[in-house]
Design a protein. Structure first.
Length: 402
């Protein structure tokens, strides 16, 4: 730990890492809602993908304001604002369940998405700089491992609860809302040290947000990293969202077992792979690890698409194993090119990319409704392919400068 995080930053790192768990839990809960709402509200797979579309629309629309909020108010206040929005959205599930209104549920998820993007915009760059630049990707992968832990717990806990048929979805969301409010209170009372990038307030205020964003987007390497992260989100979120649909459509298991397998099998493997990836990248160049994982995810998704029985099932879980390091690694590599005064706005641009999950889930739903769940895996395969191209480009660039 001391090699990854400076000793004076261990407590702030631990506090920020708790946020990774919280949004992992919230995002993984969405994967249970798809199947639940298809049955309780009698909607199609394509219609249920509005769950992801609405949540990640919140990410997309709130990302730039999130960067501005954190730039002006600092990390701690930004985190508190994000937590309050998260809690409000969760509590809106109570009137949604009372009216059994899909529109209210979607509005609640939009508010949650707005809150989560503020948390992610603050926590990702904050975690990446609490140590040496050389270990940024490894450190962010370690923090993101707790995101994986939240992803493991959510489907089995929430899925087991609502698929039992005894209770609605409002109770787990109400509990989540209360817990998040408590965490917001804790963060409102603690002091998070403002890191080096915050000392550049004068430079930041002299340069408008719009001109900073223009400068960032004029960098072709930053744009490629932004697009690679978007493509990763297409693949990762769409597979998670329709995992239960795929496993039940294939007659592999029922929905209750599927939610447990998603938790302890797929997402458990994801978390372990992310922890292992953090260790590997402390010894092997991050770009090289990303290239290997990119190639393996393409092959794994294509195995699922070809509907080859046991091989396809192995391919499904291989996607989780090899995609695990992608988000934090792409994020760390891309943010490393950014000047300290622009890091928060750069983070906000990168945090617009979960909208790719809405795009990917919608495309998978359309392909699945038209063909089959297996064939729909060509969508994440395409996303992984562009991540692979990005990794090769960065590997070549770093090899030339080495």
């Amino acid at each position: 730990m001391s090699k990854l995080v400076q000793k004076k930053y261990i407590l702030p790192f631990a506090l920020i890492t708790s946020l990774f768990f919280m949004w992992g839990f919230a995002r993984a809960t969405l994967d249970v809602l798809n199947k639940h709402f298809q049955e309780s509200l009698s909607i199609s797979i394509t219609q249920s993908t509005l769950i992801q579309a609405t949540t990640y629309l919140g990410y997309f629309l709130m990302a730039i304001p999130a960067g501005i909020i954190i730039t002006r108010m600092g990390y701690r206040r930004g985190v508190v604002i994000g937590l309050l929005l998260f809690a409000i959205g969760s509590l809106l599930f109570i009137p949604g369940a009372s009216a059994m209104s899909f529109a209210i549920f979607l509005a609640a998820l939009f508010v949650i998405g707005c809150g989560l993007v503020i948390l992610e915009t603050a926590a990702n760059p904050y975690a990446s700089v609490l140590g040496s630049p050389e270990t940024a990707a490894s450190r962010l992968n370690l923090a993101q491992s707790f995101n994986g832990l939240g992803c493991i717990i959510a489907p089995v806990l929430v899925g087991g609860f609502i698929f039992s048929g005894d209770s609605g979805v409002d109770i787990p969301y109400a509990v989540m809302g209360v817990i998040v409010l408590i965490v917001a209170l804790i963060f409102s009372r603690v002091k998070l040290p403002e890191i080096a990038s915050d000392t550049c307030q004068t430079e930041q205020t002299q340069t408008s947000a719009i001109s900073t964003i223009r400068t960032l987007l004029s960098d072709s390497v930053f744009r490629f990293g932004l697009f690679a992260l978007f493509c990763y989100e297409i693949a990762e979120i769409s597979i998670n969202s329709l995992f239960i649909n795929y496993t039940t459509a294939e007659g592999w298991m029922d929905k209750t077992i599927a939610s447990a397998v998603l938790s302890f099998g797929a997402l458990g493997l994801f978390m372990l792979a992310r922890i292992g990836g953090s260790w590997i990248m402390s010894r092997i160049r991050a770009e090289r690890v990303l290239a290997v994982c990119g190639l393996m995810t393409v092959l794994s998704a294509l195995l699922v698409a070809m509907d080859l029985g046991l091989l396809s099932k192995i391919g499904l879980f291989s996607c989780y194993a090899f995609e695990a390091i992608m988000f934090p690694t792409i994020f760390a590599i891309t943010i490393a090119r950014v000047g300290s005064s622009s890091v928060k706005l750069a983070s906000s641009l990168l945090m617009m990319t979960p909208i790719g999950g809405a795009v990917g889930t919608l495309l998978m739903g359309l392909v699945a409704d038209a063909t089959s769940m297996s064939v729909s895996f060509v969508v994440p395969a395409a996303g992984y392919f562009f991540v692979f191209l990005y990794s090769i480009s960065r590997l070549r660039a770093t090899s030339k400068t080495a």
